[in-house]
Design a protein. Structure first.
Length: 89
């Protein structure tokens, strides 16, 4: 059996460069200057997304497990203030 990659319509956007990276921290900012999401990875890299639209989180985000193609074990995420960790060599 062979597989081929196809572009899925209305499924969002993928970033192949981020595949396999281990997330250390996720931060979301919603202020007067910008709206954005920053993801820091264990390999000391990060990706930032800046949004032009104003976003209000009406429903709290949920974390779920992907099992057999289905999302199961939903758990709501709690927000907390940003704390900076600085690695000292």
């Amino acid at each position: 059996m062979t597989y081929r990659t196809v572009v899925a319509k209305a499924e969002g956007i993928q970033y192949p460069e981020l595949k396999g990276k281990v997330v250390r921290e996720v931060r979301y900012a919603n202020d007067n200057e910008f709206n954005g999401d920053t993801n820091e990875f264990e390999d000391d890299t990060q990706v930032s997304f800046r949004f032009k639209a104003s976003i209000d989180l009406v429903v709290r985000p949920e974390l779920a497990t992907l099992k057999g193609g289905d999302l199961v074990n939903f758990r709501r995420l709690r927000a907390s203030p940003v704390k900076r960790c600085v690695r000292v060599k």
